[in-house]
Design a protein around this ligand. Structure first.
Ligand SMILES: [Zn+2]
Ligand SMILES: [Zn+2]
Length: 151
């Protein structure tokens, strides 16, 4: 999630219109989960959102948070960051961006890659499929972990 390029109120409006369209109730908890996800820079796990949410809703269950995050993903308002291993990580991208995951500290770092975002896909693919999104996922060792290893 980038610092700029979105307005929280607009996105919350977006949530209510999406919920409305799908005949879902907008509960304060759902709104709070979405808000936490939008404000987080960490690509949080279900557990991380749950921990935050409990400050406001002490009785909310992990399962509720889990279901809410998956509902948001179904509505196209959240995404599961690609990649294998470890707990599922969520993102609420307002802008197209790519991900790097450190295999040591499990940090997920956003980056932009214009050449990739504007890539012209092979004709064979364009003819066969309607592409709705594409992502580049890199896995490796981050700067921090690399410098720790060298010391
Ligand atoms: Zn991201
Ligand atoms: Zn790292």
């Amino acid at each position: 999630m980038k610092e700029t390029g979105y307005n929280l109120n607009d996105l919350l409006d977006n949530l209510s219109s999406h919920c409305h369209e799908h005949g879902m109730r907008i509960t304060p908890q759902r709104t709070a989960v979405y808000e936490l996800l939008l404000q987080s820079k960490e690509h949080p796990t279900v557990e991380m959102i749950h921990k935050q949410l409990r400050k406001k809703f002490p009785n909310v269950s992990l399962d509720t948070v889990n279901r809410t995050l998956h509902t948001l993903a179904d509505l196209g308002l959240a995404e599961v960051v690609p990649g294998s291993g470890g707990a599922k990580r969520f993102d609420a991208p307002a802008n197209e961006h790519q991900h790097f995951r450190c295999v040591k500290c499990q940090n997920i770092i956003d980056f932009d890659y214009d050449e990739f975002e504007n890539i012209k896909l092979p004709r064979k693919i364009r003819e066969k499929f309607t592409i709705m999104r594409k992502s580049l996922y890199l896995e490796g060792i981050c700067e921090n972990c690399r410098s720790k290893n060298n010391n």
